[in-house]
Design a protein around this ligand. Sequence first.
Ligand code: HAM
Length: 415
Amino acid sequence: MASLQPVRGTHDILPEQERRHRLVQETAHDVASRYGFDEISLPIFEFTEVFARSIGETSDIVSKEMYTFSDRGDESITLRPEGTAGVARAFISNGLAQHLPLKFFYRGPMFRYERPQKGRQRQFHQVGVELLGVDQPQADVDIIALGAHVLEALNISDKATLELNTLGDPESRIAYREILVAYLRQYESSLSDDSRIRLEKNPLRILDSKNKEDRKIVQDAPTIFDSLNDASKDFFKTVCQGMDALKIPYTVNPHLVRGLDYYGHTAFEFTTDALGAQGALIAGGRYDGLIKQMGGPPTPGIGWAAGVERLAMMVNEPDAQNKPIAIVPVGDGQKERAQLIAHQLRHAGFSIELGYSGNMRKRLNRANKLNACAAIILGEDELAKGVAAVRDMATGDQQEVSLESLADSLARYRS
Ligand code: HAM
């Protein structure tokens, strides 16, 4: 049998960690719903083409990171590496064009065969939003503001900065590509192997190369701003003005190009240096050409996705679950009664811990460990009188309470 270790780059999310994940997801969901986003859940695997056609054949994701396999019907299937392509596919296959604009929120696992390190897994989780059908720059401002709002609600906005760029419209991008390639050709022999390949296939990606030599060369490269046509300039200007009006701080980074090919106009990332090398917390941009390219009606789109693991590492420890009330039978004779009382109180809305064994002292110790707010002690004589002792675990005060009014007298412990 293969080893019983989890597959490299995958993680068990144990309860303490799951609480952090839940805090991140619920916060993102709550904030997104204030902006009118509705949750959808899409399949975790799709036909490989859905991703290959959208994210781009030359992207790292498609060329080397996808979990692709043939299923038993010989279909090429891929575990989703991200959520946007699936949303675009669902928009097309459900014929949603007459319902525009649409605002979707999603969460769930994504899969990329990357080199695992802190903040980078092969199975990771995203929360994301996609706004379809709006081509005005106000939508970009709204979407970025929503990202900033999520970080604020998680209390980590002081550790994140917003980087903003434009990739212009297709006309500007084609013009820029030519100028950039001409510039980079002069230094071709000094470029890294990866970048030399990209020079042919996807030269803009060289701008965010991590290679030292590449970075030196790129530093003096012409920027997209030299090639933007008026419409693209205006678009970006309006986005920046919108950010200024909302007082959301940002820096313009002309080297921010993102690793997915579907972007045009706005591209942005909220990054942090609190997590080491993997600093992108929330990343996204506009993808007006994507749905058409996938065979749907021309439909603009913009959105972002956030890495749940990365955000979960940064948030403060969330409160533990509800503090339970422990039921403590003094002896074996009270066990059945204890179970019945636990049953009734759970149905009355309390969270009840029923230790299954041990003497009274052991059970009280356990109640303490579980951070119980109260213990209901069931002794033989007391039960015969129809009462129980309720001990407040914080103060140690103990009171006798009739079993009939037990639920009422526990009201203050209700979470
Ligand atoms: P992305 O930049 O590939 O964009 O991923 C978004 C976020 O997911 C990253 O900023 C990071 O927080 C997290 N992430 C990505 N890969 C990993 C990994 N291997 N381990 C842990 N976290 C990771 C997208 O996925 C686009 N679909 C975003 C988008 C939505 N653009 C428009 N709409």
